[in-house]
Ligand binder design. Structure first.
Ligand code: ADP
Ligand code: MG
Length: 355
């Protein structure tokens, strides 16, 4: 009798598993975009163009001028855990946005229509391939799934269309495409500040003007000026500190006491990955409390390099937070350094107004 005993346990279809996993990792279009930006930067690109339609839900396209992908690698490009970024267990401990390597393109291919056009330096032509659920797929039903030769410049163009088309509940959860677009602009802006020597542009499909346009030669201060405005860029202090004991190096730019805003802007990069850290945010705010009026907050760009073996990406895939060894000591040292810089500016300012 079916109703009296327990139901039999069965394995889920791998495709279902992959779809669920992908939807947990990529919660919003910006999470897919972040992975694509990191891939483009990893590929040695000096130019990165982003095109967005409907907050990234209809179209997310990123064009780079990096090393490209070998034609022969295209069949496995979107399989899970395929990567060119090398792989002993120790390597895996270096910070990757996901817990494992080689998951980004695979995940995207399970919840969107993915097209890759790519050309390496040595290839005579570019190759275009379509993907569905980790595998090569035909461009149109009935066609062969193999990559097709096409014209193109060196580099890679990744086109993500109809994100969450097969996850209707997630798709319906997005109310405002302008909210999603703002998250995308915010993320592109962060990488545009951090990646010196790389040109960035970000544009909404159909708009004649770009939302972000940074030239490859722009200095970090210029990048901040173009993205966050002159009121921030004119009040920046440069800082740089390191300590061999904790195997870290920190550098960045932070606003002085002349600037304050309602909410802290923290551009935090750990080993060149944009991450969140509640601890660092709190410590930075505490540091500034002595220098800014009540409810006033700073703008801080902080690039932290730590021995990768000491960094742990938080286990839960949707969390963008990271932990690292001796976190308290490192954060304290950085904040102490920023405090001394702020104090120095503050005294010279007082001195100037007195004379
Ligand atoms: P991971 O970045 O962790 O290796 P991904 O799924 O993001 O995993 O990418 C898989 C592989 O595809 C990368 O290791 C890289 O070899 C290749 N790849 C992805 N995007 C690009 C790109 N824009 N340019 C060159 N190669 C790329
Ligand atoms: Mg990647």
């Amino acid at each position: 009798d079916e109703t009296s005993g327990p139901r039999r346990i069965r394995a889920l279809d791998p495709d279902v598993v992959n779809k669920i996993a992908a939807g947990e990792i990529i919660v919003a279009p910006v999470h897919a975009l972040k992975e694509l930006i990191e891939n483009a930067v990893d590929a040695g690109s000096t130019s990165l163009e982003v095109l967005v339609k409907d907050g990234g839900l209809k179209l997310l396209q990123i064009t780079d001028n990096g090393c490209g992908i070998n034609r022969d690698d295209l069949p496995i490009l979107c399989e899970r855990f395929t990567t060119s970024k090398l792989q002993t267990f120790e390597d895996l401990q270096s910070i990757a946005t996901y817990g494992f390597r080689g998951e980004a393109l695979a995940s995207i291919s399970h919840i969107a229509h993915l097209t890759v056009t790519t050309k390496t330096k040595d290839s005579d032509c570019a190759w275009r391939a379509h993907y569905d659920s980790g595998k090569l797929a035909p461009a149109k039903p009935g066609q062969a799934p193999d990559p097709k030769p096409t014209a193109g410049r060196q580099g890679t163009q990744i086109t993500v269309e109809d994100l969450f088309y097969n996850v209707p509940t997630r798709r319906r959860a997005f109310r405002s495409s302008s909210d999603e677009y703002n998250k995308i602009i915010d993320m592109v802006g962060r990488y545009a500040v951090h990646c010196s020597n790389v040109a960035f542009s970000c544009k909404k499909h159909g708009d004649s003007s770009t939302s972000i346009a940074v030239q490859s030669s722009a200095s970090t201060v210029d990048r901040i000026r173009q993205i966050y405005g002159g009121s921030v860029a004119n009040e920046l202090i440069e800082f740089s500190t390191s300590d061999a004991r904790w195997a870290f190096k920190a550098e960045g730019l932070a606003t002085n006491a002349n600037y304050n805003i309602k909410k802290t802007t923290l551009l935090l990069f750990i080993n060149h990955r944009c991450v969140e850290s509640t601890n660092i945010r709190k410590a930075v705010e505490q540091t500034y409390a002595a220098f800014l009026p009540k409810n006033g907050h700073p703008f801080v760009y902080l690039s932290l390099e730590i021995d990768p073996q000491r960094v742990d990406v938080n286990v839960h895939p949707t969390k963008r937070e990271v932990n690292f060894l001796n976190e308290d000591e490192i954060v304290q040292e950085i904040c102490e350094h920023i405090r001394s810089k702020l104090a120095a500016v503050d005294t010279s300012r007082t001195f100037l107004t007195q004379t």
